[in-house]
Design a protein around this ligand. Structure first.
Ligand code: PHE
Length: 361
């Protein structure tokens, strides 16, 4: 960078020197260029600012004050520009020293999705019953009263309808309260098929709706119901099937207990308890603390079941003097809560990613 003759500076407008500073700073690309720029402007002996200061005595006294201020502004601008330039050069040097690929950085884990706990349980149940020779059937979530209630031995005005209150739509339609209507639809469809009818083995998973809402109940929940109809089916077949099922779903030493109960569409009916999978039926954890999952009773209720009422078979065109059958239903949300230790059913429907991550394990 050539030294500017003092005359030239003297002739120039001080403001124009700011532009010159910018232009010269823009051409600097390394440390040596920076040093040359510094010397040209701030050099103690021959720097431009030194020369400008030296001119002070030539300035008419009335203009000296303004002149001095202008020179000072220029000096501050030069210093600030040099400082910024130095920082930029340092950043560039640091970037150049860094390797393009840093193999010591931790890898980025891809964020994988996970199946919902209810989906997992549903698939597990389907897999077990498929192996037992059952097929899977689905039906509409908006049902008519006929399929949801009447054909299941709950005619209009039947008190059992109250225990399955739901949302009613116009035209005798409602949000189904269980997947039993899919069993009705399946039996009727099979009877209509050429050479159809029993034996029938089917499970019906799906969403169902009820006017229930507390820690364990949600207005929408998930069920799987099962149905087997053939000649000579007995309560023993029901118990044996459910035993095989829960031993696979929970643990091989799971015990089963049938308690007499009532459903309008089965006779006799039973509620099914299993030994608690956490305390193995003892009611205690580590021989001391009361088991929270089964409230220290050792048993958990998980299924409703029974022998299909002959009236239900007849309503579907199946001859009850020749055929018999069993049916059962279980809540998938409840099984998911037991299996994964989820205390509140709402957690299943909050869509909080953390739940999926925990359950995935
Ligand atoms: N449909 C019954 C319910 O949702 C469950 C059930 C199915 C009970 C089959 C007995 C037999 O409550």
């Amino acid at each position: 960078m050539s030294e500017t003759p003092i005359d030239e500076v003297a002739a120039g407008d001080l403001e124009a020197l700011h532009e010159r500073l910018e232009r010269e700073a823009g051409e600097v690309s390394d440390r040596a260029g920076w040093e040359a720029l510094r010397l040209a402007w701030l050099g103690r002996k021959r720097g431009r600012l030194k020369a400008l200061m030296g001119r002070m005595k030539e300035i008419p006294p009335a203009e000296r004050r303004a002149y001095g201020q202008a020179v000072n502004r220029l000096k501050q601008a030069v210093e600030a520009r040099l400082e910024a330039l130095a920082a930029a050069l340092e950043d560039e040097a640091a970037a150049a020293a860094r390797p393009a690929l840093d193999v010591t950085l931790p890898g980025r884990r891809p964020r994988l999705g996970a199946l919902h706990p209810v989906t997992r349980v549903s698939r597990a149940v389907e897999a077990i019953f498929t192996e037992l020779g059952y097929s899977v059937a689905e039906g509409p979530e908006i049902e008519d009263e006929e399929h949801n209630f009447t054909l299941l031995n709950m005619p209009p005005g039947h008190p059992a309808r109250d225990t399955q209150d739901t949302l009613f739509l116009d035209g005798g339609l409602l949000l189904r309260t269980h997947t039993s209507p899919v069993q009705i639809r399946t039996m009727r469809a099979r009877i209509e098929q050429q050479g159809g009818g029993p034996p029938i083995r089917v499970i019906c998973p799906g969403r169902v709706y009820r006017n229930d809402n507390d820690l364990r109940h949600s207005p929408m929940f998930h069920q799987v119901e099962g149905l087997a109809v053939a000649e000579g089916i007995t309560l023993g077949d029901l118990k044996g099937t459910l035993e095989a099922f829960v031993k696979r779903l929970f643990r091989p030493d799971t015990g089963v207990r049938l308690r007499p109960s009532y459903f309008p569409f089965t006779e006799p009916s039973a509620e099914v308890d299993i030994t608690c999978p956490f305390c193995a039926g003892s009611g205690e954890i580590d021989g001391a603390a009361a088991c929270g999952t089964c409230s220290a009773t050792g048993w958990i209720e998980i299924l409703g079941s029974g022998m299909v009422d002959p009236r239900v078979l007849a309503a579907c065109g199946v001859d009850p003097s020749r055929y018999s059958g069993f049916a059962f239903g279980l809540g998938l949300d409840r099984v998911a809560m037991i299996r994964y230790g989820i205390p509140n059913i709402r957690l299943l429907f909050d869509n909080d990613e953390r739940l999926l991550r925990q359950v995935r394990g």
